[in-house]
Design a protein around this ligand. Sequence first.
Ligand code: E4P
Length: 217
Amino acid sequence: MKFFIDTANLDQIREAQNLGVLDGVTTNPSLMAKEGITGRNNILKHYVDICNIVDGDVSAEVIATDFEGIIKEGEELAELHEQIVVKVPMIKEGVKAIKYFADNGIRTNCTLVFSAGQALLAAKAGATYVSPFIGRLDDISTDGLNLIAEIRLIYDNYGYDTQILAASVRHTMHVLECAKIGSDVMTGPLSSIEGLLKHPLTDIGLEKFLADYKKGN
Ligand code: E4P
C-alpha cells in the first residue's frame, strides 16, 4: 500500500520523506489555508516546493466548479510539474472534466467521494485515483472502512485501473484496516504513519538489550 501524507506543511512532508516510506502528498484548499498559503501565485509555487521534496504524486486541487474552469485550472496545475495529479471534486462537471483529462493524458484524483456509486462513476470517467473520505464518514456514524471494502469489490469485479486512495485517515487503525482491505493508497497525517512505529515491548526490549550490552562492555 502506498503512503501519502495529507498536509501542505513542508516540515512534515520533509519529515515523512526522510523516513523513507513516503509515496506522495495530498493537499486541499483547507490544508493550504492552514499553512497561510494564499493567493494563486503563492499556491502554485507551494505545489512546486512540495514536488521538489517528494518523489511521488502530489495532488493539487482545482477551485473552479464549472467544466471550462476546471479544465483551465487543471491544465495549469498539470503544467507545473510532472508529479502533479489534478484533484477534481465529485460533481457532475467534475466527472466530465475527469473524462476530458483522462482522454488528454492528465492524471486526476477524484475527491470528496462518500459512496460506492460515486466511486464507480469516477472509475468509469477514468480517474487515476478515487478519494473516499473515511474519517468524515466515521464522524457521522457511517462506517468509512466499509466503503473502502465496497469500492475494492466493485473495482476488482471489473478490473478498473483507478486506484483507491483512502482519504481522511485519522489514525493508525485506519491505516492497518485499509491495508487489510486492499486499499491501493492511504493518505493521512504524519501521526498516522509514525504511530505505526510504536510498541511498548519494542521500547522495553531495546532498553534491556542496551543495558545488557553495557554490563559486558
Ligand atoms: C483528501 O485528500 C483530503 O485532503 C483529506 O484526506 C481530508 O481529510 P480530513 O477529513 O481529515 O479533513
